[in-house]
Design a protein around this ligand. Structure first.
Ligand code: ADP
Ligand code: MG
Ligand code: ZN
Length: 607
């Protein structure tokens, strides 16, 4: 923390408090302290001392008599008595009447006690407190001691977190876009010279776990400037108006510290579309309005750059995403094959691995996994290695951990009956065989019939060769056929069907529906959009935008597609019945077979 400025307003408060405490101390504590040096005596002793002329000074107050001995080294006190001659006797004894016995007693000590000591105590407490506050708040005014309306942004500076771009694998486009920002912050002059303006705001969008937060932290690590990090939800407060004042405070701090970066994570918490709903979330709207105002409130090239991340970009208010506010959108997508391999390698740096580890193969197997899942896979593999008592993480550990992350742990004590086990073996072989025998389908990587904690009794892991950006109609149809392959095998072999195909049915239906409603792959609807995707990055649920007659027609066509593919799968398996038996028996024996073994048996039997 490089906070140096001392806030002005609180200083005034501080002096006020010091003065108040001093006065109170003198009024209450001083007499008490002083009294401790006074010896209380009874009235008899007082009379005796008077008579023997041992009294130096005397002070008579409303309720007591204070007096000293002849040389003034001791103070005594006694209560008042109804004694009219007392004054006369005292006078005769040669005592001096005084009104300020303490002060005369030890002026230096009393000043020390009543003014200097409390001052020293208060100043040191004050110093300590303000230091603590500063450390905690990372700047800002300590006037708002109770944190109300105060931004709770964390401030990072370089090396505090130690994350740099090299910790983020893949995502090259996102990194490129962000390194421009870093470059600008290092040397704004270069850009101003040409007249280029840095975007004020950059929005990182992408599915969960793809490294958006990580990228922002890497920017903080790379750019040698203060980095304010706050989560959108932190603005949403219990009290109306507090969120807005937090936004104000955040931007005030940021402008003080420019050049700097503000990072608002999960911005959808405050940036949701404002809708006309009565009794909507007033607080959130105020906060959003404040954010919009603040973003307009500073000029280009002031050196404040706002990063934000969200996985629901479509729900953001249009005012927020327009140019001039978040003018740049950086997609952070699920990694491709190469990206997955790089991410695995980055995380594998932290664990001991065998030199022969084939990360490409692992990446291939983990198709569709996000960065967070890949990090998890590496960690699961390391845990498995420890469990097995080995020194290094092996290839097998990685491969098993993919299944753990995708399908859950092996269920140790799940006991399948013979019949069930056969059913699962044929079902999975059915999927694999249909996939392998259709020219366009990806070959299988692995088939297993070991039950998993996720509830899957077995599964077929298909591997995409290379990257797919487009899918043709035929490829989608083949995929549907593959989904129906499991059930088809059961029907051929056992003449009945089981509940094991529920997930296949769901997937197949989803694909078939999308073909008609979103991809325009049906004859009758041509290129009409019949469904819209609600949130692209979070499951991608859809809503229908068509009349009920059309819906009926969609349903009919979906059924037709699935039925056609199911029949195709049935005929493929019937034609290859011998291979189906052979492979299912092999799988039943081994419980897990790899893609190579599978392909070997498949080609053997053909000869
Ligand atoms: P989100 O996009 O949801 O904000 P995070 O940035 O929080 O995701 O990522 C979670 C974790 O996943 C990170 O801490 C990191 O360990 C891992 N991770 C995600 N993407 C990557 C990546 N591209 N490179 C390396 N690790 C990654
Ligand atoms: Mg995040
Ligand atoms: Zn299945």
């Amino acid at each position: 923390m490089n906070e140096v400025k001392t806030p002005k307003k609180p200083l005034l408060y501080y002096y006020g408090i010091v003065l108040l405490v001093l006065i109170l101390f003198n009024a209450i504590a001083m007499p008490y302290l002083a009294q401790r040096q006074i010896t209380e005596v009874d009235y008899g002793s007082f009379i005796k001392m008077t008579e023997s002329k041992k009294i130096g000074q005397v002070e008579i107050t409303d309720n007591q008599i204070l007096f000293t001995n002849k040389d003034g080294t001791k103070i005594y006190k006694t209560g008042l008595m109804n004694d009219p001659d007392m004054t006369q006797r005292l006078y005769e004894s040669g005592a001096k009447f005084s009104s300020k016995i303490y002060e005369e007693m030890s002026p230096l000590l009393s000043i020390l006690l009543s003014w200097i000591l409390p001052l020293v105590i208060i100043v040191s407490i004050g110093q300590f407190m303000s230091k603590k506050l500063r450390d905690k708040a990372g700047g800002g005014s300590s006037a708002m001691m109770f944190g109300m309306g105060k931004s709770s942004a964390k401030v990072y500076i370089k090396s505090s977190d130690g994350i740099s771009f090299s910790d983020v694998a893949g995502e090259d486009e996102a990194k490129e876009s962000l390194s421009e920002i870093v470059d600008y912050l290092h040397d704004p002059g270069k850009y101003e010279q040409i007249g280029a303006a840095m975007p004020k705001g950059i929005l990182l969008v992408g599915p969960p776990g793809t490294g958006k937060t990580l990228l922002a932290k890497a920017v903080a690590g790379e750019a040698n400037v203060p980095f304010f990090s706050i989560s959108g939800s932190e603005f949403v407060e219990m009290f109306v108006g507090m969120g807005a004042s937090k936004v104000r405070d955040l931007f005030r701090q940021a402008k003080d510290k420019a050049p700097c970066i503000i990072f608002i994570d999960e911005i959808d918490a405050i940036g949701k579309k404002r809708d006309g709903h009565i009794g909507g979330n007033d607080e959130r709207e105020q906060t959003l309005n404040q954010l919009l105002t603040e973003m307009d409130g500073f000029e280009e090239n002031t050196g404040v750059i706002i990063l934000a991340a969200t996985n629901r970009p479509e729900s953001l208010d249009a005012a927020l995403t327009r140019p001039g506010r978040f003018d740049r959108r950086v997609p952070v997508e699920l990694p491709d094959l190469h990206g997955r391999e790089e991410i695995l390698k980055v995380h594998a740096r932290k664990v001991k691995t065998e030199e022969s580890t084939d990360f490409e193969k692992i990446a291939r197997m983990a198709s569709g996994a996000s960065g967070a899942e890949l990090a998890n896979i590496v960690n699961e593999a390391a845990l498995r290695a420890v469990r097995n008592g080995s020194e290094k993480v092996t290839q097998a550990d990685f491969e098993e951990s993919i299944e753990v992350v995708i399908a859950g742990y092996q269920k140790k004590n799940a006991i399948l009956t013979e019949q069930e086990k056969w059913t699962v073996a044929y079902h999975e072989t059915g999927h694999a065989l249909v996939a392998a025998l259709q020219s366009h389908s990806a070959p299988v990587q692995k088939i297993t019939i070991i039950p998993r904690t996720s509830g899957a009794l077995g599964y077929t892991m298909q591997v995409e060769e290379g990257n797919h950006y487009l899918m043709t109609k035929e490829e989608i149809e083949n995929k549907i056929a593959t989904y129906t392959g499991g059930r088809a095998a059961e029907e051929i072999i056992f003449g009945t069907c089981s509940t094991g195909a529920s997930n296949d049915i769901e997937q197949a239906t989803k694909l078939a529906r999308a073909m008609i409603t979103r991809y325009g792959m049906s004859q009758s609807f041509d290129m009409t959009a019949l469904e819209t995707v609600n949130n692209q990055y979070l499951g991608g649920d859809t809503s229908l935008v068509c009349s009920s007659e059309t819906q009926t027609e969609i349903d009919r066509q979906v059924m037709a597609i699935i039925k056609e593919q199911h029949e195709k799968a049935l005929s493929i398996l019937e034609e290859n019945r011998r291979k189906l038996d052979q492979l299912a028996h092999y799988l039943y024996e081994k419980e897990t077979i790899t893609g190579e073994e599978f392909m070997k048996i498949l080609s053997e039997s053909e000869s």
